[in-house]
Each structure stands twice: as structure tokens, then as C-alpha cells.
Write a protein that binds this ligand. Sequence first.
Ligand code: NAP
Length: 327
Amino acid sequence: MKNLQTKTTVLVTGGTGFLGVHTILQLLQQGFEVKTTLRSLAKKDSIIKALEKEGITDFSSLSFIEADLMSDNNWDQAVKDCDYVLHLASPFPAQNPEDENEVIIPARDGALRVLKASRDAGVKRVVLTSSFAAVGYSMNTKDHVFTESDWTDTDTSSNISAYVKSKTIAEKSAWKFIEKEGNGLELTVINPVGIFGPAIGNITSTSLDVGVSSILNGTLNYTPSFTMNIVDVRDVVDLHIKAMLHPKASGERFIAASEGVMSFYDIVELFKKERPQYTKNIQTLEPIGKEFYKKISNEKAKTILQWNPRNHEESLLASIDSLMTNP
Ligand code: NAP
């Protein structure tokens, strides 16, 4: 394998996404050679613009390849000469689609396409971005502390969304592939809770749209009876890179979550206190009971990978600041 100074090559799938553009940024800042896939090369300029805003001036270590999770085309080119693959791309719709297969099929088949191509090209390790959706969406939350041993049960739970199903099914299929057909390819999985933190270049995601923008523009006028566990996008990238490089990460899942949990009421109160200048449209919400607060352990990533996530207030304030100063 090439040594770190002379450019280890990493493929990032889904470079147009909120997590994708932050991942490319950190990899370039750390001296990696980066390839990224986009569904359409027409979006290349928006990524370059976002990276320029963050101080990247030399793009000689970044290349773009068109590839869709629903097609075999170009995946062999995308993984060619890569040491590692960070597979982030997956549909994350704000609304539950009428046909759940619109989300499930690209998530599952896309992950399998990326794994097969990576195995055939001799990639060392794939880090798959799954979600806490694949961990803790079907159990009674009361008094349970969720860990990487938990799985969302898509067979017997009726009220889970297409997205939650897609992430669970895709991750299970990936582990099965590695076990049966991996032929030495390593897999590590990251299971983030809601990802917040700064949007760069106006590239947002459903988490920011629902968890911050809907509050700021006043669309959210009641407190949903669930809470949000929060992690900063910059820390999720850091965890992907740690998981990509650490010898003990192979074959493991890692929950990406900062400490604690917030209801939408808590988020509104934080914004009103810390950023009153941005809260003129915010609706007044009611608090909800502590029984809705989901407890999640982030010990595994902290212990094995020495991961040290920032606190959720900092992430949420970075979100509001980036959205309000770059509307
Ligand atoms: P995002 O901004 O919506 O990014 C999703 C990415 O997937 C985009 O680049 C999108 O490309 C790509 N994609 C979707 N369908 C595709 C297809 N058929 N072929 C190729 N690419 C496709 O969301 P994100 O928050 O950055 O999500 C990145 C990853 O993190 C996803 O796997 C998501 O499930 C996971 N995750 C996110 C959160 C969160 O709170 N944000 C939490 C846990 C896990 P286009 O630009 O072309 O649509």
C-alpha cells in the first residue's frame, strides 16, 4: 500500500451530500488523494465552490466520476486504484415515499455494487455509512441504553419509515456480503444519529432541513413526541477516517453520537437563548416527558478509536449560524 505522505487514495460516494462535502474537505486537508462519485457531473461546480469557501485552492488531488447506485456503470472506474472507500451515498428523503422500494433498492443494491466493485479492485476496506436507524428504531426505548449490539427489527415492526428500513436492510446485506463473498475485503460501519453542524456552500440534508430550518422558519408548531440524538458532521467525518485507518475497526459497527439528547422544545429554547437575533419566526413549543428521551452509548467509538465528539449545543449553533449567514 502507498504510504500516507505519498497519497493514499480514498473514494467518497455521494460527494454532493451534506456529509459528502465535509468528508471530501477533511480528506483533502489531511493530504489524501480523493475520488468522488456524483449522480451527475453537473453538480461538480457546487462542490468545488463549497470547498473553496472552506479554503481549498488546489484541486489537483480531487477527481469526479459519474455513478448512480441504481446502475452498474462506472463503479469499476470509481474504485480503481483506491486504498479505501467511504460509502456515504444513500437516499435520504424528507417525506416517506409512497413506494418504499424507491429508497430501499438504491440503498441496498448500491451498497452491494460498491462492495463488489471494491472487492474486485482489491480495495483494503470499505467504511459504510449506515445510521442509528439500523440500530434503535423498533425497540421500546424506556430504560434501554442502545449499543452496537442492537438492531432495528424490520420484520415485525410496522411503523418504521422507508428510510429506516432502507438503512437497516442495506447494512444487513453488506455484512452478509462480506461474510459470504467478501474474499478478504474489510468492512466497517458507522451508525450516526441525527447529523448537525455547519452546512458548507448551502449543502444541507434532511436532518438540517427538519431539525433546524423547520424551527427557524416557523413551520414546526408543535413538539414531536420523540427526541433527537445529535452528532456534528465534522465529528462524523473524523470517525469515518479513524474507522478507515484503525486496525481494530475492521468488522465493527460504531455508533456516532454526542452525549445527551434533545427534544425540539430543548432546541428551540437553546436557539432563543443563544441566538435571539435569528428567532423571530420561531413558534413556542411545549416540553415533552422524559420517557421519550432515547439513551445511546457512544463508548465503543470513544474507547477503541479515541473519538472525542463535540457537544450537541455547539453543533446546533454551528448549524443555525451557517444557515443564517448563508441563506
Ligand atoms: P444527503 O445530503 O441527502 O446526501 C445523500 C447523498 O446520497 C447525496 O450525495 C445523493 O446524491 C446521494 N444519492 C442518493 N441517491 C443516490 C443514487 N441513486 N445514486 C447515487 N447517489 C445517490 O444526506 P447526508 O445527511 O449527507 O447523508 C449521507 C449519509 O449519511 C447517508 O447514507 C445517510 O443515510 C447517512 N446518515 C445521515 C444522517 C443525517 O442525520 N443527516 C444520519 C445518519 C446517517 P444527489 O445529490 O444526486 O441526490
